[in-house]
Design a protein around this ligand. Sequence first.
Ligand SMILES: [Zn+2]
Length: 215
Amino acid sequence: MLLSLVDSLRCIAPHDESVLVLSVDAWREDRIERGTLGCPVCRAEYPIENAVADFSLGQEADVDPAPPALSLPPDEEAMRLAALLDLAEPGGIVFLAGGHATLATVVGSLVPVVSIVPSDARIPITGTVVSLTLGDRLPLARGSLRGAAVAGRWAGDGRLGQVVSALAPGARLVAPVASALPAGATRIASDARDWVAEVDAASSPLLTLRRSRGP
Ligand SMILES: [Zn+2]
């Protein structure tokens, strides 16, 4: 777990968004190796073990089947993904699930972004790759992602909407062509494998937040 990610994590319980309070038991270099993320609203606790934060709340996490073999070499797949997600500039956070998770390290070597991957993808935690154990809910703040590429269980109806909520206005979402386009996103391109959509500014939760803060 990276300290810089903590601000973007949220409690998954059904109450208003709440930032989590971090307590660290052990560091390894710049990573939180062991600790707890606690919710000040509902007192839920999310343990961090071996640098992986567990947001499953003890539910048996359903595991994606083995991702399909990549049709191109990994570096070409990573370049394709970076182009689809419009990752020209460094910085920010992306969510890579399903087969895309296997590209997290290579994408990070192309452009410095923090990649969140589900822990069932069993990706080595190196560089700016962050692994989270996920149940049904995505523990991310609204508008916290600059891009997401999903397949497998995170490309299904119930979860794709959560991914859109976590994306910033104008951010790109890549999902398999078989996935239904969720509300709040507009398809801008597709190929034989995936479609690419852009999150609508009109439904932006960030704008709602800004409005609700008032003058
Ligand atoms: Zn809570």
